[in-house]
Design a protein around this ligand. Structure first.
Ligand code: ADP
Ligand code: NI
Length: 215
Protein backbone atom coordinates (compact mmCIF):
# COMPACT_ATOMS: atom_id res chain seq x y z
CA UNK A 1 0.00 0.00 0.00
CA UNK A 2 2.79 2.47 0.87
CA UNK A 3 4.43 2.00 -2.55
CA UNK A 4 1.15 3.03 -4.21
CA UNK A 5 1.02 6.23 -2.15
CA UNK A 6 4.71 6.97 -2.80
CA UNK A 7 4.32 6.51 -6.56
CA UNK A 8 1.21 8.70 -6.54
CA UNK A 9 3.02 11.45 -4.63
CA UNK A 10 5.79 11.50 -7.28
CA UNK A 11 3.25 11.50 -10.13
CA UNK A 12 1.23 14.38 -8.66
CA UNK A 13 4.32 16.52 -8.03
CA UNK A 14 5.24 16.06 -11.69
CA UNK A 15 1.76 16.89 -12.91
CA UNK A 16 1.59 20.09 -10.90
CA UNK A 17 4.94 21.54 -11.87
CA UNK A 18 4.47 25.25 -12.66
CA UNK A 19 0.89 25.31 -11.30
CA UNK A 20 -0.63 28.55 -9.96
CA UNK A 21 0.36 29.06 -6.29
CA UNK A 22 -3.07 28.26 -4.85
CA UNK A 23 -3.44 24.99 -6.75
CA UNK A 24 0.12 23.70 -6.62
CA UNK A 25 1.76 20.70 -4.96
CA UNK A 26 1.64 22.44 -1.56
CA UNK A 27 -2.15 22.71 -1.77
CA UNK A 28 -2.20 18.94 -2.32
CA UNK A 29 0.26 18.41 0.53
CA UNK A 30 -1.96 20.37 2.96
CA UNK A 31 -5.17 18.65 1.82
CA UNK A 32 -3.48 15.25 2.07
CA UNK A 33 -2.32 15.86 5.66
CA UNK A 34 -5.64 17.38 6.71
CA UNK A 35 -7.57 14.51 5.10
CA UNK A 36 -5.45 11.98 7.00
CA UNK A 37 -6.08 13.86 10.22
CA UNK A 38 -9.86 13.95 9.69
CA UNK A 39 -9.92 10.31 8.54
CA UNK A 40 -8.14 9.18 11.71
CA UNK A 41 -11.25 10.29 13.61
CA UNK A 42 -13.73 8.58 11.27
CA UNK A 43 -14.40 5.06 10.02
CA UNK A 44 -12.87 5.37 6.59
CA UNK A 45 -10.74 3.56 4.03
CA UNK A 46 -7.42 5.37 4.43
CA UNK A 47 -6.02 4.26 1.06
CA UNK A 48 -9.03 5.72 -0.76
CA UNK A 49 -8.77 8.96 1.27
CA UNK A 50 -5.05 9.37 0.60
CA UNK A 51 -5.26 8.61 -3.13
CA UNK A 52 -8.24 10.91 -3.63
CA UNK A 53 -6.57 13.74 -1.69
CA UNK A 54 -3.39 13.34 -3.75
CA UNK A 55 -5.14 13.12 -7.11
CA UNK A 56 -8.08 15.51 -6.65
CA UNK A 57 -6.61 18.50 -8.51
CA UNK A 58 -4.30 17.07 -11.19
CA UNK A 59 -6.36 18.60 -14.01
CA UNK A 60 -8.66 21.26 -12.54
CA UNK A 61 -11.32 22.24 -15.12
CA UNK A 62 -10.59 25.93 -14.35
CA UNK A 63 -7.22 25.44 -16.02
CA UNK A 64 -8.36 22.89 -18.65
CA UNK A 65 -10.93 24.82 -20.69
CA UNK A 66 -13.78 23.71 -18.45
CA UNK A 67 -13.23 20.00 -19.19
CA UNK A 68 -14.67 18.35 -16.04
CA UNK A 69 -13.62 14.84 -17.08
CA UNK A 70 -9.92 15.56 -17.66
CA UNK A 71 -8.97 15.08 -13.99
CA UNK A 72 -10.94 11.90 -13.27
CA UNK A 73 -9.79 10.30 -16.57
CA UNK A 74 -6.13 11.09 -15.90
CA UNK A 75 -6.35 9.73 -12.34
CA UNK A 76 -8.04 6.54 -13.54
CA UNK A 77 -5.39 5.90 -16.17
CA UNK A 78 -2.63 6.48 -13.64
CA UNK A 79 -4.10 4.14 -10.99
CA UNK A 80 -4.52 1.45 -13.63
CA UNK A 81 -0.78 1.57 -14.35
CA UNK A 82 -0.18 0.78 -10.65
CA UNK A 83 -2.62 -2.16 -10.73
CA UNK A 84 -4.70 -0.66 -7.92
CA UNK A 85 -7.82 -2.84 -7.40
CA UNK A 86 -10.66 -1.71 -9.67
CA UNK A 87 -13.00 -1.08 -6.75
CA UNK A 88 -10.59 1.35 -5.13
CA UNK A 89 -9.81 3.10 -8.41
CA UNK A 90 -13.54 3.48 -9.13
CA UNK A 91 -14.16 5.01 -5.71
CA UNK A 92 -11.22 7.43 -5.97
CA UNK A 93 -12.33 8.54 -9.44
CA UNK A 94 -15.86 9.13 -8.19
CA UNK A 95 -14.55 11.29 -5.36
CA UNK A 96 -12.50 13.39 -7.80
CA UNK A 97 -15.52 13.75 -10.06
CA UNK A 98 -17.77 14.94 -7.24
CA UNK A 99 -15.47 16.81 -4.89
CA UNK A 100 -16.27 20.28 -6.14
CA UNK A 101 -20.03 19.91 -5.66
CA UNK A 102 -21.06 23.42 -4.71
CA UNK A 103 -24.17 22.79 -2.62
CA UNK A 104 -27.07 25.19 -3.14
CA UNK A 105 -29.38 24.01 -5.90
CA UNK A 106 -27.01 21.40 -7.21
CA UNK A 107 -28.11 17.78 -6.64
CA UNK A 108 -25.61 15.44 -4.98
CA UNK A 109 -25.35 12.29 -7.11
CA UNK A 110 -22.56 10.51 -5.24
CA UNK A 111 -21.52 10.52 -1.60
CA UNK A 112 -19.29 8.42 0.64
CA UNK A 113 -17.56 9.00 3.98
CA UNK A 114 -14.26 9.18 2.10
CA UNK A 115 -15.61 11.86 -0.26
CA UNK A 116 -16.88 13.83 2.75
CA UNK A 117 -13.42 13.73 4.35
CA UNK A 118 -11.43 14.80 1.28
CA UNK A 119 -13.98 17.50 0.45
CA UNK A 120 -13.72 18.88 3.99
CA UNK A 121 -9.93 18.91 3.78
CA UNK A 122 -10.09 20.68 0.39
CA UNK A 123 -12.57 23.26 1.70
CA UNK A 124 -10.52 23.90 4.83
CA UNK A 125 -7.62 24.90 2.59
CA UNK A 126 -9.83 27.64 1.12
CA UNK A 127 -10.36 29.05 4.66
CA UNK A 128 -8.21 30.75 7.29
CA UNK A 129 -4.80 32.35 6.69
CA UNK A 130 -3.91 30.01 3.85
CA UNK A 131 -7.35 30.40 2.30
CA UNK A 132 -6.95 34.18 2.25
CA UNK A 133 -3.51 33.86 0.63
CA UNK A 134 -4.92 31.49 -2.01
CA UNK A 135 -7.85 33.76 -2.83
CA UNK A 136 -5.62 36.79 -3.43
CA UNK A 137 -3.15 34.72 -5.39
CA UNK A 138 -5.94 33.45 -7.63
CA UNK A 139 -7.31 36.97 -8.00
CA UNK A 140 -3.84 38.19 -8.99
CA UNK A 141 -3.51 35.34 -11.46
CA UNK A 142 -6.79 36.55 -13.00
CA UNK A 143 -5.70 40.21 -12.75
CA UNK A 144 -8.62 41.10 -10.47
CA UNK A 145 -8.85 44.10 -8.16
CA UNK A 146 -8.37 43.46 -4.43
CA UNK A 147 -11.56 45.30 -3.56
CA UNK A 148 -13.98 47.76 -5.16
CA UNK A 149 -16.65 49.28 -2.91
CA UNK A 150 -18.81 49.93 -6.00
CA UNK A 151 -19.09 46.24 -6.97
CA UNK A 152 -21.36 44.31 -4.60
CA UNK A 153 -21.06 40.54 -4.12
CA UNK A 154 -23.47 38.54 -6.30
CA UNK A 155 -24.67 35.23 -4.95
CA UNK A 156 -26.71 34.12 -7.94
CA UNK A 157 -24.15 33.68 -10.72
CA UNK A 158 -23.91 30.41 -12.64
CA UNK A 159 -20.60 28.55 -12.55
CA UNK A 160 -19.67 29.89 -16.00
CA UNK A 161 -20.56 33.49 -15.14
CA UNK A 162 -18.63 33.15 -11.92
CA UNK A 163 -15.48 31.98 -13.66
CA UNK A 164 -15.54 34.94 -16.07
CA UNK A 165 -16.71 37.53 -13.57
CA UNK A 166 -14.28 40.45 -13.15
CA UNK A 167 -15.40 40.86 -9.53
CA UNK A 168 -12.73 41.85 -7.01
CA UNK A 169 -11.27 39.18 -4.75
CA UNK A 170 -12.95 40.47 -1.58
CA UNK A 171 -16.29 39.51 -3.15
CA UNK A 172 -15.18 35.88 -3.28
CA UNK A 173 -15.31 35.81 0.54
CA UNK A 174 -19.05 36.52 0.48
CA UNK A 175 -19.81 34.50 -2.63
CA UNK A 176 -18.05 31.38 -1.44
CA UNK A 177 -15.57 31.34 1.43
CA UNK A 178 -17.87 32.51 4.25
CA UNK A 179 -20.52 29.99 3.14
CA UNK A 180 -18.26 26.97 3.52
CA UNK A 181 -18.48 26.51 7.30
CA UNK A 182 -22.13 25.45 6.97
CA UNK A 183 -21.34 22.94 4.25
CA UNK A 184 -18.83 20.77 6.07
CA UNK A 185 -19.43 17.02 6.23
CA UNK A 186 -17.52 15.78 9.29
CA UNK A 187 -17.51 16.93 12.91
CA UNK A 188 -13.77 17.59 12.79
CA UNK A 189 -14.22 19.57 9.58
CA UNK A 190 -17.02 21.65 11.11
CA UNK A 191 -14.90 22.56 14.14
CA UNK A 192 -11.84 23.55 12.13
CA UNK A 193 -13.95 25.50 9.63
CA UNK A 194 -15.64 27.45 12.43
CA UNK A 195 -12.24 28.56 13.78
CA UNK A 196 -10.98 29.61 10.37
CA UNK A 197 -14.27 31.42 9.70
CA UNK A 198 -13.85 33.60 12.79
CA UNK A 199 -10.31 34.42 11.68
CA UNK A 200 -11.54 35.50 8.22
CA UNK A 201 -14.24 37.70 9.71
CA UNK A 202 -11.63 39.44 11.87
CA UNK A 203 -9.44 39.82 8.78
CA UNK A 204 -12.28 41.42 6.81
CA UNK A 205 -13.11 43.97 9.55
CA UNK A 206 -9.47 44.99 9.76
CA UNK A 207 -9.31 45.18 5.94
CA UNK A 208 -12.22 47.67 5.81
CA UNK A 209 -10.83 49.72 8.70
CA UNK A 210 -7.52 50.04 6.87
CA UNK A 211 -9.28 50.72 3.55
CA UNK A 212 -11.16 53.61 5.12
CA UNK A 213 -8.13 55.00 6.88
CA UNK A 214 -9.52 54.21 10.31
CA UNK A 215 -6.42 52.46 11.66
P1 ADP B 1 -12.20 23.66 -5.66
O1 ADP B 1 -10.96 23.56 -6.55
O2 ADP B 1 -11.95 23.20 -4.27
O3 ADP B 1 -13.44 23.16 -6.28
P2 ADP B 1 -12.11 26.35 -6.32
O4 ADP B 1 -11.30 25.87 -7.46
O5 ADP B 1 -13.32 27.16 -6.58
O6 ADP B 1 -12.50 25.16 -5.42
O7 ADP B 1 -11.18 27.18 -5.40
C1 ADP B 1 -9.86 26.83 -5.17
C2 ADP B 1 -9.09 28.02 -4.62
O8 ADP B 1 -9.13 29.10 -5.55
C3 ADP B 1 -9.72 28.52 -3.34
O9 ADP B 1 -8.72 28.88 -2.42
C4 ADP B 1 -10.54 29.69 -3.79
O10 ADP B 1 -10.67 30.66 -2.80
C5 ADP B 1 -9.74 30.22 -4.97
N1 ADP B 1 -10.67 30.86 -5.90
C6 ADP B 1 -11.56 30.27 -6.73
N2 ADP B 1 -12.31 31.18 -7.39
C7 ADP B 1 -11.89 32.38 -6.95
C8 ADP B 1 -12.24 33.75 -7.21
N3 ADP B 1 -13.20 34.04 -8.07
N4 ADP B 1 -11.56 34.71 -6.55
C9 ADP B 1 -10.58 34.44 -5.67
N5 ADP B 1 -10.21 33.19 -5.37
C10 ADP B 1 -10.84 32.17 -5.99
NI1 NI C 1 -8.24 21.28 -4.18
Amino acid sequence: MQHIIDATEIFVKQQLEGAEGGHDWWHIYRVWRQARHIASREQADMLVVELAALLHDIADSKFHNGDEEAGPAKAEKFLQTLSVPEEITGHVVNIIRHISFKGGNEQRTFYSTELGIVQDADRLDALGAVGIARAFNYGGFKNRALYDPAIAPNLSMTKEEYKNSPAPTINHFYEKLLLLKDRMNTETGKQLAAERHVFMEAYLSQFYREWNGEV
